[in-house]
Design a protein around this ligand. Structure first.
Ligand SMILES: *Cc1c(COP(=O)(O)O)cnc(C)c1O
Length: 354
């Protein structure tokens, strides 16, 4: 294959652009554990402003950004309410229980998207047999829900209820800027419903590393303690903070393009034999069900790979393709052609039968 593979496995695979690398090289840095890194401070201030919060803290990963928020809101013996398909619950190595002694209580919702109706009867009574219900977390966009955007009215209704019940709300906003692009609702407007909000710079925004959690000054002060506990205190982190700042300045406006690209891929999957988008993409993720007659998701992913298109098998009959800023319109058109011309006989021939 003469062209490099078109990598649709994840929006984490992006590499820093020349402009971003320049910003990194020129970053003014200091020891951030001494609170002396100007680039980190600038990023934290900019993130807080974007999310309409008092403060923000830079973390090495989205996992840490979420986990420090759980630690801020909960004490051991507490319970949090979350989607059964949320990153916090499924893909963070059990951190909720292992790090904080918190019990997760999960709900299926509508394709993983929770509404007030799912959780309003879930608060535990004040009873020594039970855990204390303390926190609700949402994920917007919801990855396993096909990258769908929560309806803002649902989020606001849940926030009003949570406030009345004395529960905290945390948003896993790893792809919040995708939700912003798709909904036209600003990041600060989304964030209003939550006490803390995490955001990833290393997904669709294209930075090589880093996430942040925003909230009140007091929440972020506690988060700083917990980040240190987790080994996330970073020294001259300005070199990576500068990349995230560059991403916020340069890579937000183009996100809608990724969503258009995802829809082009979805159309190709519809035309391919035995492949069905789970939901129509609202953002940059296309989750696809593979008919068993065609093969397994791994078979299809291997076939696509042999034609220079990389996707992820994320279940026996489930694959995901993801658009991002390192995938051009031309790449998407090539990938769509490869998808459309999937030949069931070729897949059958490639499949190794043991
Ligand atoms: C990627 C992601 C995260 C954080 O992942 P890291 O790999 O730890 O940066 C959190 N939530 C969601 C929904 C994600 O997709």
């Amino acid at each position: 294959m003469s062209r490099p593979p078109i990598d649709l496995r994840s929006d984490t695979v992006t590499k820093p652009s020349p402009g971003m690398r320049r910003a990194m090289a020129e970053a003014e840095v200091g020891d951030d554990v001494y609170n002396e890194d100007p680039a980190v401070k600038a990023l934290e201030a900019r993130t807080a402003e974007l999310l309409g919060k008092e403060a923000a803290i830079f973390t090495p990963s989205g996992t840490m950004a979420n986990q420090v928020a759980v630690g801020v809101h909960c004490r051991p013996g507490d319970e949090l309410l979350c989607s059964a398909t949320s990153h916090l619950y499924v893909w963070e190595a059990g951190g909720i229980a292992r790090l904080w002694g918190v019990t997760p209580r999960t709900f299926m919702g509508d394709g993983g998207l929770l509404t007030l109706g799912d959780v309003e009867d879930a608060i535990r009574p004040d009873d020594p047999h039970m855990v204390r219900t303390r926190l609700v977390t949402l994920e917007n966009t919801h990855n396993r829900g096909g990258g769908r955007v929560h309806p803002i009215a649902d989020v606001r209704a849940m926030a009003a209820w949570a406030k009345g019940e004395g529960l905290a709300m945390h948003l896993d906003g790893a792809r919040l800027m995708n939700a912003v692009a798709a909904s036209g609702v600003s990041a600060a407007e989304w964030a209003k419903s939550f006490d803390t909000v995490s955001i990833c710079f290393s997904k669709g925004l294209g930075a090589p590393v880093g996430s942040a959690t925003a909230g009140s000054a007091e929440a972020v002060r506690k988060a700083r303690w917990l980040r240190k506990l987790l080994g996330g205190g970073m020294r001259q982190a300005g070199v990576i903070a500068a990349a995230a700042l560059y991403a916020l300045e340069n890579n937000i406006d183009r996100i809608a393009e990724d969503h258009e690209h995802a829809r082009l891929l979805a159309e190709a999957f519809v035309e391919a034999p035995g492949l069905h988008p789970e939901v129509w993409p609202e953002t940059n993720l296309v989750w696809v069900t593979v008919d068993p007659e065609l093969g397994t998701a791994a078979d299809v992913v291997a076939h696509l790979k042999s034609h220079g298109v990389l996707a992820s098998a994320l279940g026996p009959q489930t694959l995901r393709a993801c658009t991002h800023l390192d995938v051009s319109r031309e790449d998407v058109e090539i990938a769509a052609d490869v998808i459309r011309s999937i030949d069931p006989e070729a897949i059958a021939a490639e499949t190794v039968v043991y």
